[in-house]
Design a protein around this ligand. Structure first.
Ligand code: FNR
Length: 355
């Protein structure tokens, strides 16, 4: 473990640890994977405007999301089927989240049941959901989440149809049984992942359905998958409690913009009314800092968490989050920002602002 010095190194370790089919499933993006590259590269085009001679002897990275304190603005994104990466699946990830004092968003497509995840640790958990054609099944999951102490529902809105992930098609990637839906959805086992999604997900979902979701839960509702100011405004009108700027880790619409390039326009129209989170391509503490400077309250990490889990289980996930936290701490010190509130738009320079 001591030899691992940054998050990117976990990708190679995961590749060695996993069967090709699973590694491809985790690492792949849609079609030409242009957005997959852009998510990472767009961060590299943002530079810093570091300030000096500020007392940075103490750095405080702590913040709050929906009122829940976390040690740093780095949360765990919902990613499907952690048991493909490690036998302990989401329970190991959740333990790492608790140890790092951060929030885990558990995927609707988790391999462990949400009750197993809940009883494995006391991390603050949100549940990500898709809406199934069988609304009763989705409603039941939301009820179970409430009962199991989940603190928010994160509705993913960018999968009316499943993105075309060509590696999965080639590998004939199949979905293992999803224990959350055992006995409820009978055609899961052995289905290809795309077939699974198209037979279960409700592609007729609209903004009106936020009302339906609101009618079945008192939990805060965030929407994940917003990429335009227009949709950010629709989300606010629909009364959501938070927005996640996301292109689904570039697994849905190729040539969607890199998330960091659209963050500012969304933050601008949201105007502080609800928290705005961002995911996609965050691999360094410097990336976290850049997202915060452009107005995000926190970032979510997807693939690095799965790679950490595949390579080293719970300890691997902890290491991923700890490395990002250490890098963020250093970035804050070298930028002259002792607290999260000190990070402002003035601390970065985007490409259009270059001289
Ligand atoms: C995802 N993502 C995802 N999102 C979601 O809302 N529900 C899900 O079940 C999944 N499943 C999933 C599986 C895998 C293997 C990946 C890589 C991603 C998207 C995820 O929440 C997040 O948006 C991206 O992973 C963020 O990008 P990075 O950090 O992976 O670059």
């Amino acid at each position: 473990m001591d030899q691992i010095v940054n998050v990117n190194e976990f990708q190679e370790l995961a590749k060695r640890a996993l069967p090709k089919m699973y590694f491809d499933f985790y690492s792949g993006g849609a079609e030409d994977q242009h957005t997959l590259k852009e998510n990472v590269e767009a961060f590299t085009r943002i530079m810093f405007r570091p300030r000096v001679l500020v007392d940075v002897s103490k750095i405080d990275m702590s913040t709050r999301i929906l009122g829940y304190p976390i040690s740093a603005p780095i949360m765990i994104a919902p990613t499907a089927m952690h048991m493909l990466a490690h036998p302990q699946g989401e329970t190991a990830t959740a333990k790492a989240a608790a140890a790092c004092n951060t929030i885990m968003i558990v995927s609707y497509m988790a391999s462990c049941t949400i009750e197993e995840v809940a009883s494995s640790c006391n991390a603050v958990r949100f549940l990500q959901i898709y809406v199934y054609k069988r609304r009763d099944v989705t409603a039941q999951m939301v009820k179970r989440a409430e009962k199991a102490g989940f603190k928010a529902i994160v509705l993913t809105v960018d999968v009316p149809k499943f993105g075309r992930r060509e590696a999965d098609i080639k590998n004939k990637m199949v979905s293992p049984q999803l224990r959350n839906f055992e006995g409820l959805i009978s055609y899961l086992e052995g289905s290809g992942v795309e077939a699974l999604a198209s037979s279960t997900f409700d592609a007729s979902l609209t903004w009106k359905d936020i009302e339906w979701l609101r009618s079945i839960t008192k939990l805060p509702i965030m929407v994940k998958g917003i990429l335009t100011r227009e949709d950010a405004l629709r989300a606010i009108e629909a009364g959501v409690d938070g927005i996640v700027v996301s292109n689904h880790g570039a697994r849905q619409l190729d040539y969607s913009p890199a998330t960091i390039t659209v963050l500012e326009e969304i933050v601008h129209v949201v105007g502080g009314r609800v928290p705005v989170l961002l995911d996609g391509g965050v691999r360094r503490g410097t990336d976290v800092f850049k997202a915060l400077a452009l107005g995000a309250q926190a970032v979510l990490i997807g693939r690095p968490v799965v790679y950490g889990l595949a390579a080293k289980g719970e300890d691997g996930v902890r290491k991923v989050i700890d490395m990002l936290k250490n890098e963020l701490e250093l970035t804050m010190a070298l930028s002259g920002c002792p607290t999260i509130d000190d990070i402002t738009r003035n601390n970065v320079r985007t490409e259009s602002e270059r001289l």
